[in-house]
Design a protein around this ligand. Sequence first.
Ligand SMILES: [Zn+2]
Length: 238
Amino acid sequence: MTDRIYSTEAYERSMTATVVEVDRDDGRVLLDRSVFYPGGGGQPFDLGELVIGDDRLDVVRVTQDSRGVWHWLEGPLPPVGTAVNGVIDWERRYKLMRTHTAMHAMCGVVWNRFQSPVTGGNMNPGEGRLDFEIPEWNPEDREPIETELNRQLDLARRIEVSFLDRAEADQDPSLIRTKVSLLPPSLTEVRVIDIVGLDRQADGGTHVHSTAEVGSVRITKTESKGKGFRRIRFVLDE
Ligand SMILES: [Zn+2]
């Protein structure tokens, strides 16, 4: 099982690790520890490199399964037991951390205004979209949501990561902000991301330490996705 460094140390951008398994058919290796986020919850997987001696191999895809985190490589695969140095594309990842944090802040703002659950979401570095069930939407709601979102980000709210027993998490339905719980039944421990005072939810992704790091956000579009459903698109204002 891979030690998932990104899960508690989102700001770690490199690691030393050892190859524990090689899958030649798919061109991927399993490592004993990793800073590479394997994707999930709308956040794309990290890109980067594995450095082995003088060789640098591009990590072109990252996935996870019950055995751990797989790194898909361009080039010849190192054998089991090889020591590697992994480095993620930090500029891209940090932008994803800011984008992901902005999405949670948006969830909090929309929840406070409408008590509306999220029905879906996705992000790329610097831009995201969230779908909400908002039966009483008015086009004039857009501006106050953007203003309130930026006010909340500006408060430099702390973001904390913690872990709860599954049984404990199941007793707190507010942790599941999505309309349908996406937590697999097999999960015994639930990771919780808390933007203290604004939004607290079960989540596997990487986030910044303070909402101030997100900077300001601009809503670029709101779309109707059927009766009562609203899609909100935003970008980080660079
Ligand atoms: Zn999230």
